[in-house]
Design a protein. Sequence first.
Length: 420
Amino acid sequence: MDVKSRGISLFLLLSIFSTSFSDTDQVLNSEKLTLSTTVHSHASSFVFQIKGNVYPIGYYSVSLAIGNPAKFYDLDIDTGSDLTWLQCDAPCKGCTIPQNQLYKPRGNVVICEDPLCAEVQSAFPCTVANGQCDYEVHYAHRVSSLGVLVRDFIPVKFTNGSLQLPILGFGCGYDLTHPGHNPPPSTPGVLGLGNGKTSIVFQLHSLGLIRNVVGHYLSGRGGGFLFFGDQFIPQSGVDWTPMLQSSSGQVQQNYRTGPADLLFDGKPTSVKDLELIFDSGSSYTYFNSIAHKVLVDLITNDIKGKLLIRETADSSLPICWKGLKALKSLHDVTGNFKPLVLSFTKPKNSLLQVPPEAYLIVTEHGNVCLGILDATEIGRENINIIGDISLQDKIVIYDNEKHQIGWASPNGKCDGPSKL
Ligand SMILES: *[C@@H]1O[C@H](CO)[C@@H](O)[C@H](O)[C@H]1NC(C)=O
């Protein structure tokens, strides 16, 4: 892939936003978000460095500057949901980070009759026009965030050198639920990158700042980068597949694609016509229970006689195997597992390669575990989710202008857009 001419240095990202601005609240309250879908041909792009990994951390995050003066918040990057939210000192029930790191609202609450509010409140129509706009988001594992919408400055340094101070809407979460044995959220919040109108991708696009495109590179060695705008779409080597549309022609909520067939070691399987959701907010990949069982049987048969036996004492993931000795890294074992491929039918031959590195982890106990889980685990028998593990080492592009999702595998290691 040759995108050198468009390359920029990641150092750009590391510059600290020290700009201060006055009359914050006045600006916040006078600025209204316009929900338009105009195409802005001069829009630029920007990039964030990503931290995190699939295991043992379990998520990828970026550090986002918010407010005036700006403070930095680590947010879990989530293409599976729209609304960005922060743990918020309102005060907060169920927050998991120290109080001095919580976001503090300051008279910047979005009111109920604001168009942005309609997007989070379709279930509870606005009763008091100038009342506060409440929201509630639910994730898998019965994790949820309840709070109020606010607007604040999110300073962004664009690749063309300009520093912009867009005012974006997000949630101030003051009631977080994470029941049972599910770990509480470990980041101060979630960066919602879905295709809905509350997503910050859509908001930045509506302000004319970027094309309605977002993408990421999650490195298998940890870290990576997240880009907004269309500047970093590789010019060649991308496999594209359309986002699914509903019968009325609307693009469906979440980044849904398909149908796709599963190949095992290059050969067709009985797993066909999968609808898949690309979700960077999910650490692992999930298949519907029938497809999952087929896959587990294929793998189990294939590794017979390979000195790997089922290990039920490792609770890291539901299905693990141990070798003769404790495994140190995936390299010790990937040769024993076959590559998978998701073969999309639109267009034909659009292939998502899922090598063993993109579906296995080696745990701290030295076992290898299957990172494709049964969706029943999250109470959704019929859903298929492509999570971080299978998105690793690819540039993945969510193009809401052309309603398509694409992926490309850079040759060799990829430390930043300038080296693609
Ligand atoms: C740089 O990009 C931003 C965001 O798209 C835009 O608002 C600004 O006008 C651009 N500046 C120049 C000098 O092109």
